[in-house]
Each structure stands twice: as structure tokens, then as C-alpha cells.
Design a protein around this ligand. Structure first.
Ligand code: HEC
Ligand code: HEC
Length: 216
């Protein structure tokens, strides 16, 4: 190796070391910074009852959701594993640290919300949910941070999410979008339209997630 190359290699090492010193990675996520970064997100997620236009379903509640899951979800939009165009546009420019900080902000626990009034068969949904509760919990509050809480989430959103898993890796989704998550795609593939409606109703009917306001 020439002296010049050694000097170059040393400079690169030094730059890496300085870079790490200048911006220490915050493994926990900084909820205060996340709050600032989330300002634009609240234009949709912070408005009670706000809807995705086509297909029509409610924008998901993020308040009380597990931080680790929010991180996974945002990375899935960023990578294209989830196809929703608006969320892809929101996530593509976020760094890993931005995502961690945003997740820490939304994941901080607040008041759990009373369940919403649902339109489908809660009792039948409860029976059907026996295959779901090992991960999502008896009443939709999951034990592991990497599995989403479903309790109190909007019925129409849960329904559309299940459809999106059924449409995993399909060429055409008729505007519903898709989520190419292998675990949920396998589980959703066995569900009928009615199963999906009733399961969404059951989890939406539990007390749980809430809409985070800009002032929170
Ligand atoms: C124009 C409205 C809009 C804006 C702005 C927006 N979102 Fe979303 N967000 C949505 C919709 C609609 C969905 C559901 C997408 C789907 O069906 O996959 C969603 C889904 C999500 C999810 C997945 C939730 C879950 O339970 O899986 C997360 C996390 C999320 N958004 C975070 C953010 C963050 C962070 C920002 C700001 C950087 C943001 N959103 C900005 C409308 C919006
Ligand atoms: C083996 C564990 C496991 C089981 C069992 C399971 N899920 Fe999931 N579920 C997951 C994981 C992991 C995700 C996140 C996938 C992703 O990243 O898109 C998820 C995501 C979801 C979502 C999207 C939530 C959101 O906020 O976007 C819904 C809805 C859902 N599951 C419903 C169900 C239903 C209904 C059942 C039973 C039929 C079920 N799940 C069974 C692990 C599981």
C-alpha cells in the first residue's frame, strides 16, 4: 500500500469515527424530536375520523400503538413492501433515526379510548379470532412489541388491511393496495369476506388505540 493510500484509509476511518461522535445513534428513539417530525403526519393521523379517499376507510390511529411496530410499518412503506402511495411518499425520505423518533412519539402511552360502534358481527368475530390471539392478544392488545395492537383500531381500516394481505404479491389490486408480509398473507388467505368483516368488528369493538392530537 502506498503512503497516499494509507493516508486515505486513515482519513476515511477518522471521518467515520467523527461522524459517529457527531451524531450518536439513539437506540430508544427521541419522542420530542419525533413530535416535531410528526407535524405533517398529524394532518391525517391527528384528525378524528379522517378517511382515505379511495377505497374509503379511516386513517389508522397511531396513539398507543407499539413503537417497534410503527417502525416496522414505516420501513415497509419505505421499501415498498406496503404499496399505499401516500404513505410511501411520506416514508421514502425518512432516515432510520427519524423513523425511530417518530415511533417513540406515537408509541408513548396516553389515554386508552372507548371502543367505537361497529357494523358487523362481534360475536362471530370473537370466535374467529381464536387463530389471531396468540399474537394479537385476547382483546387485541399484543404481548410482543413487533405485533400491532388491534384493540380499538378503526373497523374499516382493519378490514382494508386484511384485504391488502390477501392481495400480497398479486399483479392487480383494484385500488386496494397490498402488503407483502409473509406471516399475515398466509393467515389472511384462508379468510372469507364475512370473516374479515367480523374480525375487524371484533377488534374495533375493544377499548384501546386513540388519535393523537397535535397538542399532545
Ligand atoms: C394524506 C394522509 C396521510 C399523511 C399525511 C400521513 N399518513 Fe400515515 N397513513 C395514512 C393512511 C391512509 C394509512 C393507511 C395506509 C394503508 O392502507 O396501508 C396510513 C398508515 C400509516 C401507518 C401504518 C399504521 C398501521 O397500523 O399499520 C403508520 C405507522 C403511519 N401511517 C405513519 C405516518 C407518519 C409517521 C406520517 C408522517 C411522516 C404519516 N403517516 C403521514 C394517511 C396519511
Ligand atoms: C404469528 C403471529 C400472528 C398471528 C397468528 C396473526 N397476526 Fe396479524 N399481524 C402479525 C404481524 C407480524 C403483523 C404486522 C405485519 C406487517 O408488518 O404488515 C400483523 C398485522 C395485522 C394487521 C394490520 C394491523 C395494522 O395496524 O395495520 C391486522 C388487521 C391483523 N394482523 C389481523 C390479524 C387477524 C384477524 C388474525 C387472525 C386471523 C391475525 N392477524 C393473526 C402477526 C400475527
Amino acid at each position: 500500500m502506498t503512503n497516499r493510500r494509507i493516508a486515505g484509509a486513515f482519513a476515511a476511518l477518522l471521518a467515520t469515527a467523527l461522524g459517529m461522535y457527531a451524531a450518536p445513534a439513539n437506540a430508544q428513539g427521541d419522542a420530542e424530536r419525533g413530535k416535531v417530525l410528526s407535524y405533517t403526519c398529524q394532518g391525517c393521523h391527528g384528525i378524528e375520523g379522517y378517511r382515505n379517499q379511495y377505497p374509503s376507510y379511516r386513517v389508522p390511529m397511531l396513539g398507543g400503538q407499539h413503537a417497534a411496530y410503527i417502525e416496522i410499518a414505516l420501513k415497509a412503506y419505505r421499501s415498498g413492501e406496503r404499496s399505499h402511495a401516500t404513505m410511501r411518499a411520506q416514508a421514502w425520505s425518512l432516515s432510520d433515526q427519524d423513523i425511530k423518533d417518530i415511533a417513540a412519539y406515537f408509541g408513548t402511552r396516553g389515554e386508552i379510548k372507548d371502543a367505537e360502534v361497529v357494523t358487523s358481527g362481534v360475536e362471530r368475530g370473537k370466535e374467529k379470532s381464536q387463530t389471531c390471539v396468540a399474537c394479537h392478544g385476547e382483546r387485541g392488545v399484543s404481548a410482543n412489541e413487533i405485533w400491532p395492537n388491534l384493540a380499538g383500531q378503526h373497523e374499516s381500516y382493519l378490514e382494508n388491511a386484511l384485504l391488502q394481505y390477501q392481495l400480497a404479491n398479486k399483479e392487480e389490486t383494484a385500488g386496494y393496495g397490498q402488503r407483502n408480509n409473509a406471516v399475515m398473507a398466509g393467515l389472511a388467505s384462508t379468510l372469507s369476506k364475512r370473516d374479515i368483516k367480523d374480525l375487524a368488528a371484533y377488534f374495533a369493538a375493544q377499548d384501546g388505540l386513540y388519535t393523537t392530537k397535535k397538542t399532545d
